[in-house]
Each structure stands twice: as structure tokens, then as C-alpha cells.
Design a protein around this ligand. Sequence first.
Ligand code: OAD
Length: 239
Amino acid sequence: MEKIVKNLKSYVVVMTGAGISAESGIKTFRDADGLWKNYRIEEVASPIAFARDPELVWEFYLMRRKQALECKPNNGHIALTNLEKAVKQNGGKFLLITQNVDGLHKRAGSENVIEIHGNLIYSRCAKCGEIFEDRNIYQEIPPYHNCKEKGMLRPHIVWFGESLNPEHLEITTNALSECDIFIVIGTSGVVYPAAGFVSIAKKFGKKTVCVNKEEPDNIGYFDEFYKGKAGELLPEILF
Ligand code: OAD
């Protein structure tokens, strides 16, 4: 079968979504019907929800933190780590943009990664703003920071209604304008701004490729579509 990345001297930009972690045992939002305990994800993943009921929001994120720590990277994550190594060894460039908050790409050994929606094993103080790695599965929630102001901690996640880190947006836009190929894996293409990155790449005249179990909503922007499971397809077709 023809490989997606034919020239390892290229600048390759990849974006992943929940689908790449499905084979590690983490349910995608679509598979979970966008629900947790009968709450819509948007109802527990927003600053309004956190202000109203921080215990509920922490309960949701501690469940996900625990799950992420128990799961392992799969062959899809590993194929991307191998692609990064191969591209760098051949003098190319590589950037991985992930919407996932499970940290599995970094655990698989990917180096040039930006986690645009945050990371489950980090917390942030609502008062002093400190961001730190936090593997605690707190029994008493909500947890508080040991800073002067004793601020309430929150998961270091970009919630609905919040903006992406402007630095991440700048890195992404530059990468999309400079790359040779943009590969999007395991995302339904419904949550913006990430769902719009492929249209930006297209506007810059870049080659766009999608690998997904089903057609994403923004399928019209892709030059090539490979239908299937990331953990099975990527080791075969990536490079
Ligand atoms: P979704 O759950 O919306 O979409 C997952 C996509 O992966 C679907 O199109 C599935 O068909 C596909 N899929 C499932 N299993 C797969 C597999 N083994 N291999 C390849 N594809 C597979 O998840 P996202 O698009 O990532 O935001 O969701 C985007 C954002 O919405 C998330 O980052 C999250 C959520 O609300 C925040 O938390 C801010």
C-alpha cells in the first residue's frame, strides 16, 4: 500500500483526537454519546459548571485522570513516535498537535507535541495561576493549593467557552503555513477551533490527509481519506 508520508525530509504536521486513544481503552466522546452520568460533557467541562459545582467537575476529571494513568499508549501512538524520529533523522520537521488530554503521546515518546486542550495530570491554581504535574486522586474535593492565597485547584484543561493558549495557536498557524503535509487522525471534526485547522492548511495549499474510523464532519477539506482504526492502519501506512 502507498505510504502517506513519502518524503521523510518533509515538514509533517499531525493532529490527533480521541480516536487515537480508543484502542488504549479510553472511550471517545462520540462513543460515550457525549455523556457522563447523564450529564452532557459540556455541562461538566466549563467554567460555569466549575463555579456552580466544583465537586462534580473534580469527580469527572479524577475519574478521567485515574483512567489515563492506568492506560498505555497503543500502536497508533507508537507509529507517530517512530514517524517523528524518522523525519528528524532525515532532516525533516515534525509537529504533533493533540486535542487529547490523556498525555499518551508524550508517554509513547513523542517529543514535539502541543496539547492544545491541556493535560489531565496537571492542575492549576485558580488564584496564583501555578501549573504543576499532579497525579493525586484526591479524596477530598475540591482540592486547594498550598500557596499564600490557598486558591482552589482546577484541572489544567481548556474547557468549553475558554480560549486556546494564544502561543499554541501561533505555533499551529505557523506550522500549517510552513508544512508540506497535514495529517488528521481520530477526530470527528466538530469541535472548533481544532476542526478548522484543516481548512487553514488547505488555504495555504497544503496536502491534507485524514485517518479515521468514519468520515469526519469536515471531510470536504481532505485530499485523502483512510478509513479504519488508527492502531491498525498507522503502523502500515504512515511512512
Ligand atoms: P470525538 O469523540 O468527537 O471523535 C472521535 C473520532 O474518532 C470519531 O470520528 C470516531 O469515528 C473516530 N474513532 C474512534 N475510534 C477510532 C480508532 N480506533 N481509530 C481511528 N478513529 C477512531 O473526539 P474528538 O474529535 O477528539 O474537548 O473531540 C474533540 C474535542 O471534543 C475533545 O478534545 C474534547 C471534546 O469535547 C475538550 O475536552 C475541550
